[in-house]
Ligand binder design. Structure first.
Ligand SMILES: Cc1cc2nc3c(=O)[nH]c(=O)nc-3n(C[C@H](O)[C@H](O)[C@H](O)COP(=O)(O)OP(=O)(O)OC[C@H]3O[C@@H](n4cnc5c(N)ncnc54)[C@H](O)[C@@H]3O)c2cc1C
Length: 508
């Protein structure tokens, strides 16, 4: 057991982000909606680091012109990691089924460019939580469910790694297993993390990869004077991961056909008037599409098509902001990802890409300072609502931008120069839930406010609360399994890692 008596919690100046706001953030999250339901994703979004010239297939505007698919077994709305992972899991499922008479026809419909939602604009971390949030979940759902929620994250991270390794794509997606350093700026933050750690460990979760550091040790290893805990963690290029999954799905088997239409927003889902044929009609500006199954993989925008999900009992769109900024030395932060201030700020150093460069020198390989991707700063808007219900990612919030610019020079004195302008700055919209847990399963109008009555054949996987990279792939696997089981009239059997508190259905 490490002694922490020598911890020094340095006071961060008032020009930094506000600290210890998690409790108040939760209070505001649970307040009634302050704005109308989300619009469709705006068409002129800010450009993120990941979306600038990734040179992958599908191209950003794939399937936006030419004939529209008009009939499909399964329509997936949204081309982020959830929608594309669902296609991947369906393809894998049908690849191992015996030959079918006709392939399962699946179409992905995307309002704007391929993977241009949260997945294409996030912080690039793929880090499963080994213990964070354990007590919160145990209080809400019990220890077994809390342990399952952590297991799902580890499952996702391991599975994504093994798929990329098998397909020889680790380098292509810039996969870095550099670990994550969690910095504690307040004693409260530190004590809560310790309590989660102790509770998760006593529930039998393996903590052999977790290392607690005093502020002196953190200074020696990471050039910052805050106590810390080091956990396993990865970072990657999210859009490239999604493109790998898309291509694996599209080429998996003759039993499964996949098409994609970008710039094709779904404006409504309505019941077909026909007594035979497909039960659902998706309306788009390019024409209608009939289908038997619908997957809402729209995350922050879910309430646009499912209005009762608007508000604190549903999915709260929440705008996040990210900058790409240089340190003053080529290898300032090494290869490690970081998070601090109760998870509000997250950052990692880009490594020099071996596949291609967005900038002439985007990592640690050259003379320029290392490029850091830093997200967060929403706490700066605590008096105006933490960016909840903000769905416009065509603009950045200057108040958030101000604290992001000040953050790294304060946390790593000497490694970053004050006043350096970021090379890129963008926003994206996350989907928050008040439990912080996603909704996965059949669409059920729990509040009975929908005119449609039944949603048989419609499913959802959404609401990851800014922590979707280690969860969406597995949630998509669960929901794809539910659809595949329903197609053949079988009962879906949940995988052992699936937390049943994610499940939207009433019974199994
Ligand atoms: C700024 C920011 C930083 C983040 N940082 C991290 C991080 O570091 N680690 C982490 O784990 N998570 C992070 N997240 C969260 C993570 O990115 C998301 O949880 C995850 O990407 C959600 O994936 P998704 O596929 O469900 O949603 P999205 O990627 O948002 O995909 C949904 C898609 O649906 C489309 N769509 C919506 N409505 C319609 C419609 N009506 N018709 C057609 N298409 C529609 C959207 O255009 C979008 O492309 C961050 C998110 C943001 C915004």
């Amino acid at each position: 057991m490490i002694l922490f008596t020598s911890l020094v919690f340095a006071l961060l100046s008032s020009s930094m982000v506000p600290l210890s706001v998690l409790a108040q953030h939760q209070v505001v999250l649970e307040q009634p909606a302050s704005k109308p339901p989300p619009s469709l994703p705006v068409s002129n979004a800010t450009e993120s680091f990941w979306l600038r010239s990734p040179r992958v297939f599908p191209t950003p505007a794939h399937g936006s012109e030419g004939p529209l698919t008009v009939d499909a077994d399964i329509c997936i709305i949204g081309s982020g990691i959830t929608g594309v992972s669902a296609a991947y899991h369906l393809a894998t499922h049908y690849a191992s089924n015996s030959a079918r008479k006709d392939p399962i026809k699946t179409v992905i419909l995307e309002a704007r460019e391929f993977c241009s939602g949260a997945t294409g604009r996030n912080g690039g971390h793929l880090t499963p939580s080994p213990f964070e949030g354990f007590n919160w979940l145990a209080k809400l759902y019990g220890k077994t469910e809390a342990a399952r929620a952590l297991a799902l994250e580890k499952y996702t991270s391991d599975k994504v790694f093994s798929i990329l390794k098998k397909d020889n794509k680790l380098e292509h997606v810039d996969f870095i297993r550099g670990g994550r350093v969690v910095l504690f700026f307040t004693i409260q933050e530190y004590e809560e993390a310790r309590a989660d750690y102790v509770a998760a460990k006593s529930a039998g979760i393996d903590m052999s990869d977790v290392q607690w550091l005093t502020s002196e040790e953190a200074q020696d290893r990471f050039n910052t004077s805050y106590p810390a805990v080091v956990i396993p963690g990865n970072n990657l290029w999210p859009l490239k991961l999604v493109s790998v999954l898309y291509n694996l799905a599209a080429n998996a088997t003759d039993n499964f056909s996949l098409s994609l239409h970008t710039r094709t927003p779904v404006t409504s889902v309505s019941a077909s008037a026909l007594t035979s044929g497909r039960p659902w009609i998706l309306s788009t500006p390019r024409g209608p599409i009939s289908c038997s199954y619908v997957l809402h993989a729209t995350n922050a925008y879910a309430a646009r098509l499912l209005p009762w999900l608007h508000g604190p009992d549903g999915i709260v769109p929440t705008r996040g902001q990210v900058i790409a900024v240089r340190a003053n030395t080529p290898n300032a932060l090494g290869r490690t990802g970081f998070v601090g201030n109760d998870g509000f700020e997250y950052w990692f150093p880009r490594q020099a890409s071996t596949t291609h460069a967005v900038f002439a020198d985007q990592g640690s390989g050259g003379q320029k300072g290392q490029l850091i991707i830093l997200g967060g700063g929403r706490e700066a808007t605590k008096d105006s609502g933490y960016e909840f219900y903000e769905t416009d990612d065509s603009v950045v919030n200057p108040e958030v931008g101000r604290v992001l610019r000040a953050f790294l020079p304060r946390v790593f004195p000497g490694k970053f120069d004050e006043g350096v302008e970021p090379e890129m700055e963008w926003t994206g919209v996350m989907g928050y839930t008040k439990s912080h847990e996603p909704f996965v399963g059949p669409v059920v109008d729990r509040y009975g406010t929908s005119s449609l009555g039944t949603y048989k054949g419609q499913y959802i996987a959404a609401g990851y609360t800014g922590h979707g990279m280690p969860r969406a792939f597995a949630c998509a696997e669960a929901v794809a399994g539910m659809i595949a089981a329903d197609i053949v009239g079988e009962r879906w059997v949940p995988p052992e890692w699936f937390p049943m508190h994610y499940f939207t259905g009433k019974d199994m």
